[in-house]
Ligand binder design. Structure first.
Ligand SMILES: *Cc1c(COP(=O)(O)O)cnc(C)c1O
Length: 382
């Protein structure tokens, strides 16, 4: 009946579902479902964003030269080999659009980020899932999954929602053993949380068939502003720039990202707090009988005894105003992904899981109930 039909592949897309932000009837929610930085962006980024508001009648520049130079200076990379986009999501979209079409295959891994599949389908290509090994990217499985039709391989390192990562030796082995016409994309959304890791940048510098994506959404606390970037060969960058809209990034985005990059003290503080609280939370959950793999990112993938238990924990936490992420859609039905928040949030999570597990007794309503139940509080009420 319908005459208006989309291109092949569009109807197969299962739309991305973001982390929930609300619980009906609960006002004071703790949102730990989207791996956002609990400390927010650098105040300098907010200030730059506001200053940019005075010039909203001006078009932004199209070449993003100042931001690319700032990124290049910080990471020791050639700015001509950098492209900026509306989040790294847009860079992923460009990659699929430029390199994979009908008849081509795009490899992603078992628990991989869902945007790879969505972008591959949107480009008309066929997404191909390969197995991981105990929630870890398996280089041999990827190599075994390559066919004559493969054009792109996406891996997030550290991974989301697993939080695990493979070493640079494994990355190099993967790059070396892929056919020359297959581009390996290293999604580095969480690289800033791994001290001493360049996200694979040096591999990109050395090899023509490797590309790296990065984002301002996680460590830089600018998820709401939508800024990411990619690093590849000059040729690949040129192809991506051909599909990029000239004004894809607005002036406030460019200004805020550049300012955020320069505030190294903010990044250092967020990194050390994440490292400290991540270890604390993982240990607290382990003490309550909830294991997790060692996380290299700003979240923990908590493993429960069963899907039913994971869902019951999620329901219980939601009823108490704490929102975490169910990851059954990523092939991990017995797990919950919990963002490492600030200290109060981490304590709240550990306490609730302890209560669920019966390790910590439920609060006695006579003690923790309303103020008028408690004699000692009455003078405050007066
Ligand atoms: C959060 C995340 C991104 C970042 O997406 P943006 O579009 O830059 O906000 C990319 N890849 C993975 C694996 C992520 O978890």
């Amino acid at each position: 009946m319908a005459k208006i039909e989309p291109l092949a592949g569009i109807k197969k897309i299962k739309p991305y579902v973001g982390g929930a932000a609300k619980v009906a009837g609960v006002t004071n929610v703790t949102k730990l479902s989207s791996n956002e930085n609990p400390f927010g962006p650098s105040p300098a980024a907010v200030e730059a964003f506001q200053r940019a508001g005075h010039d909203l009648h001006r078009y932004p520049n199209t070449d993003h030269a100042a931001l690319r130079t700032a990124i290049g200076d910080l990471h020791g990379l050639d700015p001509d080999r950098i492209i900026c986009g509306v989040g790294s999501d847009e860079i992923i979209t460009f990659l699929c659009q430029a390199f994979a079409g009908p008849g081509d295959e795009v490899i992603y891994t078992e628990h991989g980020f869902s945007m790879y599949k969505i972008s591959a389908r949107a480009a008309g290509a066929t997404p191909v899932e390969v197995a991981e090994r105990d929630r870890l990217v398996d280089v041999d499985a990827i190599l075994a999954g390559v066919t004559a039709k493969t054009r792109l391989v996406f891996i997030a390192n550290p991974g989301n929602p697993t939080g695990t990562m493979i070493g640079v030796g494994e990355l190099a082995r993967l790059a070396e053993n892929l056919p020359e016409n297959v581009l390996l994309v290293l999604d580095g959304a969480y690289v800033e949380y791994v001290e001493g890791f360049d996200g694979g940048a040096s591999l990109v510098t050395m090899r023509d068939n490797v590309f790296m994506t990065r984002t301002f959404s996680k460590m830089y606390g600018l998820g709401g502003l939508r800024i990411g970037w990619g690093y590849g060969t000059p040729e690949v960058i040129d192809y991506l720039n051909r599909v990029r809209g000239p004004f894809n990034l607005s002036m406030p985005q460019l200004a805020a990202a550049e300012a955020a990059l320069h505030d190294r003290a903010h990044v250092a503080r967020c990194l050390s707090e994440n490292t400290r609280l991540r270890a604390w939370l993982a240990e607290a959950l382990a003490e309550h009988g909830v294991p997790s793999d060692t996380s290299c990112a700003n979240f923990i993938l908590a493993r429960f005894a069963s899907e039913d238990e994971a869902n019951a924990v999620d329901d219980f936490m939601q009823s108490e105003g704490v929102i975490v992420r169910r990851v059954a859609g990523y092939g991990l039905p017995n797990c919950l992904r919990i963002t490492v928040g600030d200290e109060a949030s981490c304590r709240r999570v550990a306490h609730l899981i302890g209560r669920f597990k019966g390790v910590i007794p439920a609060p006695d309503p006579k003690i923790s109930g309303k103020k008028d139940d408690k004699k000692g509080d009455q003078k405050e009420d007066a």
